[in-house]
Design a protein. Structure first.
Length: 226
């Protein structure tokens, strides 16, 4: 057996397994050589004969034969039979036959075709995690034109909105009329005026006019002289 797996059925028929779409080659061993080589299926009659030749090699479609003659009793005669592009219908029993003028020799075996096992292999590899922070120049070079345009547009919109808000606030503040002084301010001014007047009144009463004192003292001295 060159391809596939081999098993035994009741110690006589070997089982060879192949996958659908693949190829398989089975080795048949004989003690004596032969003239006509046959590779056939099931009953080995009519269309069941896949390859038949008197030479050392032959092929018919997906089926082929390769013959290697041995020297009895030193080495065996080998007959390799092959099937390419296996299908599920290729499953079954086959036979290798060496046709001799005395007696034919044959070897029977079974081929089983199984489904293809599909395995998925990821085509990506893990990269080591980098703890370094990319620089501004790196970020700038990795930005796409579309991303840079979007960032610029957002900045322009933010500037326009901020300017409009500041302009509206200034206009409202300039157009707002000045409010008259509140009642509390009037009350404070009135209270201060009253306190000032009281202080002045007390100061006026506490001081005697100097002219009157001088007059009274002059009159008293005149009376004493008389």
């Amino acid at each position: 057996l060159r391809d596939g797996n081999t098993g035994l059925i009741n110690a006589e028929i070997s089982v060879h397994t192949g996958t659908e779409g693949g190829n398989i080659t089975v080795e048949c061993s004989f003690y004596l050589s032969g003239g006509r080589k046959i590779f056939c299926k099931e009953g080995c009659e009519g269309k069941d004969i896949l390859v038949e030749t008197t030479g050392d090699r032959a092929q018919s479609g997906r089926y082929s034969i390769e013959y290697i003659e041995g020297t009895f009793p030193l080495s065996s005669t080998l007959l390799y039979v092959s099937i390419t592009k296996l299908t599920k219908s290729d499953s079954g029993r086959y036979r290798c036959i060496l046709d001799r003028w005395i007696k034919d020799s044959s070897e029977e075996f079974e081929i089983r075709v199984t489904d293809v096992l599909i395995t998925y292999k990821p085509n990506w590899t893990l990269r080591p995690f980098s703890t370094s922070v990319p620089s501004a120049s790196t970020l700038k070079t990795t930005q796409t034109p579309a991303a840079a345009t979007a960032v610029r547009l957002i900045l322009v919109v933010m500037i326009i909105v901020s300017s409009a808000a500041v302009l509206i606030f200034c206009r409202k503040r300039a157009s707002k009329p000045k409010e008259p002084p509140s009642e509390s301010e009037y009350a404070n001014v009135t209270k201060l005026n009253r306190v000032s007047e009281e202080i002045r009144e007390e100061d006026r009463h506490s001081r005697a006019p100097p002219v009157e004192i001088s007059t009274l003292s002059t009159a008293a001295s005149s009376q004493k002289k008389v």
